[in-house]
Design a protein around this ligand. Structure first.
Ligand code: ADP
Ligand code: MG
Length: 683
């Protein structure tokens, strides 16, 4: 194999390497290691120094040692369970190599009598003699052994020896790739090239050296690549030219006048940004981010009114029927007779559904509400120009790109998400979209009072609940989520339900993962209509549904939840104008960390701050919903540890975006770091 100058070497299949056959390749594939490049990010976790050569008289028991000896005598007992032994010596003494499970013929081959050999392994002492049991290395060539041998988290079936051989081979052939970083940036990383950095990364002296220049450079490359990909997608979507929508905000202004509340400044600002997108010649691909209860729906409805005024139809898609219905009800209230709206419900009788679809087809219905059923093949929109998608924060970049293709090129897209994310992650997660953020809460919103209580004070809580029920209020009772077992999960909820129904006959309902979808929707609806006072549940209370009459949420084993999750749960209450409470129950002995988290939650209701704190306490992978989102985990970069690098990369992207030509420099970076179809699409 020639020393490669081309990065293509890194994208080769693993079998390109000497000593890697189909078997090793398949083992590594199971660990998502498909190319030579992927292998670079498996870092050594420690190493064994085999450079130290010792005389037998100097040996230390229990240490890994390398010795040069001459093979002297065989002892093959030929009795079951007794090991084969080979006595070796140097000019200071003797040592036995002891072999369990090695055949005589093999031993004679690797250790011929009177041959000089180098042996490496852990030294033991037995009766009167030093011994090495099953030596790790034996070779006639001492240079082969006298090295530092890196230890990796081994893949089952691949030995340390093979691993070292593969990695050494890669490092020896590592191409010097034309630099993609700008001079000024490169300077920040002491001008270390990508290749030099990789070599340092695998240097045994640098194990766990996360703050060094080489590590930072490689982490930065990774962040930059991820941002660049998003930025490229964004630019690509922006290039799609559409017919600009023309409107005078006649209806939306009328509606705003008739609302029984005033829009917050953030709502106004977001609406302006959306209107601008609608009236521009570029396709809108925007995210409206706002904490639970920040009032995203009305913003989307006002924008929808404008799209209708300009002659288009609008589809508003919610993740569940009940949520779609809630949006529809709000729509009926605000649009009155101004705009024809309708809902496509899977539960409606066939004839009704047919009628709804017909009215969509012949442009009678201007705004249609529903679930993903809105995008079935059999529905032909007459003139669809705007799609609103609510609560789809679990979409990854690729899924979103597919969405942006929906409805054709004249169709603007608005996504709404209630998952606040830490600042450093906005670019990684939503870099492909324009983002509007609603930070302000509506003025009339009462803060939810948050308390924490040990479970042994449950009687106080019950009394409190009694009083609130008398005052015509409703309560969510959330039971511990035990991730490993859905069964235990709903058992604990069922147990709580049985306890509560004794205390509050006819007034308690339960939903958990074991209940089917239809039944669940019915229970939620009944609860919404005040048929029950207490709703016991696991965490599956629908995100986004407005229960204006529920003013208390009680969360058991609160320390089991992530902060963002608790925050979202808390957001279920405090929608109306009643005094609201969130009560966190836990066993009395909380860890310091758990106490810290509970205190953050008590001290702020700002979802963005909470998301930030949550990430700092628990790391990036655990933040609400992101595991399912399909955003890849970084290999080296850590949004908490490397916050500065994320900010730096954001600035760099802004610089790169200024000039079309700039991107050429980064082609190799993109090809290396993200070998997905999206890239092929772009180049
Ligand atoms: P989310 O952003 O979580 O989707 P919603 O759009 O469901 O929030 O709004 C929550 C509630 O707040 C709704 O009942 C809505 O009518 C109300 N609301 C929206 N904007 C305002 C405002 N500016 N002032 C008062 N109430 C508002
Ligand atoms: Mg909502």
């Amino acid at each position: 194999m020639k020393n490669s100058k081309n990065y293509q070497f890194l994208l080769n299949d693993l079998t390109y390497l000497k000593g890697v056959g189909n078997k090793t390749r398949d083992l590594l594939k199971k660990k998502q290691i498909n190319t030579i490049f992927d292998l670079l990010w498996r870092l050594p976790r420690s190493y064994t120094d085999r450079t130290q050569k010792k005389k037998i008289s100097e040996l230390q028991i229990g240490t890994e040692t390398t010795i040069n000896v001459i093979v002297k005598k065989y002892n093959f007992p030929r009795i079951r369970n007794l090991p084969n032994k080979v006595t070796c010596e140097d000019d200071t003494g003797q040592i036995d190599c002891v072999f369990f499970n090695s055949k005589e013929g093999y031993i004679r081959k690797i250790l011929p009598i009177n041959q000089k050999v180098t042996i490496s392994g852990k030294v033991k002492y037995f009766k009167t003699k030093y011994q090495i049991i099953n030596p790790t290395y034996i070779s006639e060539d001492s240079n082969f052994i006298q090295k530092i041998h890196l230890k990796y988290n081994l893949t089952e079936g691949i030995s340390e020896k093979v691993y070292n051989k593969i990695i050494n081979q890669i490092l020896l052939n590592l191409p010097e790739i034309p630099e993609w970083l700008d001079d000024k940036l490169l300077n920040k990383f002491d001008n270390l090239s990508w290749r030099q950095s990789i070599i340092l990364l695998h240097d045994p002296n640098n194990i766990k050296n996360f703050n060094k220049n080489f590590y930072q450079r490689l982490a930065f490359d990774e962040i930059l690549a991820s941002f660049l990909i998003s930025s490229e997608i964004r630019k690509k979507i922006k290039k799609i030219k559409k017919k600009n929508k023309i409107f005078k905000e006649l209806n939306s202004k009328k509606i705003i006048k008739n609302l029984d509340f005033k829009l917050t400044n953030d709502q106004k600002e977001s609406l302006n940004q959306i209107n601008k997108d609608l009236s521009s010649k570029e396709k809108m691909f925007r995210l409206l981010q706002g904490d639970v209860g920040s009032g995203k729906t009305i913003v989307s409805l006002l924008a929808a009114a404008n799209a209708v005024e300009s002659g288009y139809q609008v589809a508003i898609m919610a993740p569940t029927e009940i949520l779609a219905n809630q949006h529809y009800q709000l729509g009926k209230k605000v649009f009155k007779r101004l705009i024809d709206i309708d809902i496509l419900s899977s539960k409606a009788p066939g004839s009704k559904k047919k009628n709804v679809i017909e009215k969509i087809q012949n442009n009678k219905t201007k705004i249609i509400f529903g679930t993903h059923a809105l995008f079935q093949k059999k529905i032909n929109y007459n003139n669809l120009g705007f799609i609103v998608i609510d609560e789809q924060h679990k979409f990854g970049v690729k899924q979103r790109k597919a969405l942006s293709d929906k409805g054709g090129k004249n169709c603007d897209i608005l996504l709404m998400s209630a998952t606040p994310i830490p600042r450093t992650l906005i670019m990684s997660i939503y870099g492909d979209m324009d983002v509007s953020i609603i930070k302000e809460k509506p003025l009339n919103r009462k803060e939810v009072l948050t308390y924490s209580k040990p479970i042994n004070k449950i009687n106080e809580i019950i009394k409190f609940v009694e009083k609130e029920i008398k005052n015509d209020n409703q309560i969510f009772w959330v039971c511990p989520l035990i991730e490993e077992s859905k069964k235990i999960d709903h058992e604990s909820a069922v147990k709580k339900y049985k306890e509560l129904i004794k205390l509050f006959p006819n007034n308690v309902a339960i939903i958990h993962s074991g209940i089917d979808k239809e039944e669940k929707q019915k229970i939620l609806k009944d609860f919404l209509n005040k048929k029950y006072r207490i709703l016991v549940s696991t965490t599956i209370i629908e995100v986004g549904i407005d229960f204006p009459n529920a003013n208390i949420i009680i969360i058991e084993n609160a320390n089991k939840f992530g902060l963002s999750q608790l925050h979202q749960l808390r957001g279920r209450v405090g929608r109306g104008n009643k005094k609201s409470y969130c009560i966190l129950l836990f066993k009395s002995n909380l860890s310091v960390n758990a106490r810290k988290r509970i205190n953050i939650l008590k001290s702020t209701t700002d979802g963005f701050k909470i998301a930030d704190a949550d990430m700092k306490l628990r790391g990036f992978g655990d933040i609400l919903g992101f595991k399912q989102s399909g955003i890849k985990n970084f290999k080296l970069a850590d949004p908490v540890q490397n916050e500065d690098l994320f900010i730096l990369a954001e600035k760099e992207i802004a610089r790169i975006e200024k000039d079309e030509k700039n991107i050429d420099k980064y082609r190799t970076l993109l090809k290396l770091y993200d070998q997905v179809d999206i890239i092929n699409d772009i180049s």
